[in-house]
Ligand binder design. Structure first.
Ligand code: ADP
Ligand code: MG
Length: 236
């Protein structure tokens, strides 16, 4: 579904992505993990066309994303930090995004209802807590029946109940055959969601493995323990 070949991205002299290749296929829920600054967000933004690697190619359904905008309508994106016009209300922001996406039929309003957004429609974006802003981002990411979801730290700042609602939404999307790419610092949270692990370090792909195989290889029961096991044996 998404095929990335040999992408390299520099910011000035700093190499944020180093000749990285990876294939992301539908029906998978893929956790992108690695230390702060290893290039996770840069990789995500490259897929979205928000960062342009100077080398390599990215294909979406077999077609290069270069000079193409169409593919983006298939992606629901939840940014790590959602930035919205401060003086707009939640309702205005939702209407604005609906207009930009130009997708009025078959909206998915499940999160809108479960997060009880209706009660807050008149609140200005600048008055919202981090968690509420995150809810708005989640509602917008899932509203347009996308086939790919890219979620950058989706549950950061959410209360436990909202976090559970969002996790169930992600599981439903995976079961429908969507591709989900998710980053999270809370590895424990990923156990009931994720089918594959991608581990990055210093802009390079270190590991891309099915969770079941990873657990089998390391003899560990959780993703967190498997990763720690693997890092220890690599260093040894
Ligand atoms: P991660 O999401 O894994 O924490 P990022 O992809 O955000 O890491 O960043 C990777 C590295 O690239 C970091 O060292 C960061 O400072 C640098 N970087 C990211 N975006 C920019 C930018 N627009 N200008 C300069 N440096 C950047
Ligand atoms: Mg990041």
């Amino acid at each position: 579904m998404i095929k990335i070949e040999n992408i390299t991205k520099h910011f000035g002299r700093f190499r944020a992505l180093n000749n990285l290749s990876i294939e992301l296929n539908k029906g998978e829920c893929i956790a992108l993990i690695g230390p702060n600054g290893c290039g996770k967000t840069t990789l995500i933004k490259s897929i979205l066309g928000m960062v342009l690697p100077e080398l390599g190619t990215i294909k979406f359904d077999g077609k290069s994303i270069k000079n193409d905008n169409e593919y983006r309508k298939h992606i629901g994106y939840m940014p790590q930090i959602g930035r919205y016009p401060e003086n707009m209300t939640i309702g205005q922001v939702i209407e604005m995004i609906k207009g930009i996406r130009n997708h009025t039929n078959d909206l998915d309003t499940e999160l809108y209802e479960k997060f009880e957004i209706e009660k807050m429609l008149n609140k200005k974006m600048r008055t919202l807590s981090g968690g509420t802003t995150q809810k708005v981002s989640a509602v917008l990411a899932f509203m347009f029946q996308s086939k790919v979801f890219i979620l950058d730290e989706p549950t950061a700042g959410l209360d436990p109940i909202s976090s559970e609602i969002l996790k169930n939404k992600i599981i439903d999307a995976k079961n429908k055959g969507c591709l989900i790419l998710i980053t999270s610092h809370l590895l424990s949270e990923l156990d009931d969601l994720v089918t594959q692990i991608v581990f990055m370090q210093e802009g390079k792909l270190i590991l891309h493995e099915n969770v079941e195989i990873l657990k089998e290889k390391t003899g560990e029961a959780t993703i967190a323990k498997s990763i720690i096991h693997l890092l220890k044996t690599q260093r040894a």
